[in-house]
Design a protein around this ligand. Structure first.
Ligand SMILES: Nc1nc2c(c(=O)[nH]1)N[C@H]1C(S)=C(S)[C@@H](COP(=O)(O)O)O[C@H]1N2
Ligand SMILES: [Mo]
Length: 245
């Protein structure tokens, strides 16, 4: 589908969804300011488009809520993940000394980092809520490297539009746009409530995107790609791509 007909289709869908003529102006504004979510259209419902455009207009620079230390959940709930793979067990037996995070794609200097390399970066700690689309949530302290610092180190190219991140659990991957990738609260985390990030919560390395629902915070990450377009497998799986809260 051409870019123009894609836009027409989205605009039509949006206007119907909202049932308001006044929305046309908002859609035109969204289109002009690059607020349409990524194509192909089949991946995104009019609702996604509306949510994405509205949130981007209103909250581009806002921070996810941060909590006080005494608000940390006494028993944070790890969503049951499948059993450890043989590859995971091998890496764990070696104290994760061989765990690697590769950063590639539209970057000037593709690089591979060990956990020790990442722990040598400046860290940010934040107490935020992780909310699952199924309705539960918990508050915990997350510590890690701002993704923006890693992207600065590798040097993103001007065509960069999204960052995808991939888990050692092969079926898990997701992506965010550059606004969220460069956002100060988006962290590559290695520490959870002051200790090494446990398996249940995605250790040794997890992407933490506190401005979106829990499924965007992919566990066990080992690869990051900077791209200008997304594949369906990198765009939230069966969930919506944009999960702003
Ligand atoms: N690799 C991987 N990442 C994942 C998942 C998963 O099953 N595998 N589940 C996601 C979902 S749906 C949610 S709600 C959160 C749960 O995080 P928690 O286990 O820390 O509660 O992790 C997300 N990241
Ligand atoms: Mo979830």
């Amino acid at each position: 589908m051409s870019e123009i007909s894609r836009r027409k289709l989205i605009t039509a869908g949006l206007t119907t969804a909202a049932g308001a003529a006044g929305l046309t102006a908002a859609v035109r504004l969204a289109d002009r300011t690059g607020l349409l979510p990524p194509g192909p259209t089949s991946l995104y419902t009019p609702g996604d488009t509306l949510t994405y455009a509205a949130q981007r207009l209103l909250t581009r620079h806002t921070l996810a809520r941060e909590f006080r230390r005494d608000q940390i959940s006494p028993q944070p709930f790890p969503n049951p993940t499948s059993r450890k793979s043989d590859e995971y067990k091998r890496l764990e037996a070696g104290g994760f000394a061989e765990w690697r995070l590769t950063v590639e794609g539209l970057v000037e200097r593709p690089m591979t980092f060990s956990l020790a390399d990442l722990k040598g970066f400046p860290v940010r700690s934040q107490i935020t809520s992780l909310a699952c689309e199924e309705g539960w949530s918990y508050v915990a302290e997350w510590t890690g490297v701002p993704l923006s610092l890693i992207l600065e180190r590798v040097g993103t190219m001007p065509q960069a539009r999204y960052v995808t991140y991939h888990s050692i659990q092969r079926s898990w991957a997701d992506s965010i746009d550059m606004d969220d990738a460069l956002h100060p609260q988006t962290l590559v985390t290695h520490t959870f409530n002051g200790a090494d990030l446990p398996y249940g919560h995605g250790g040794p390395l997890r992407m933490r995107v506190p401005r979106q629902l829990g499924y965007k915070s992919v566990k066990f990450i080992n690869r990051i790609r900077v791209v200008d377009s997304l594949k369906p497998t990198e765009a939230g799986g069966s969930y919506s791509w944009y999960a702003g809260i």
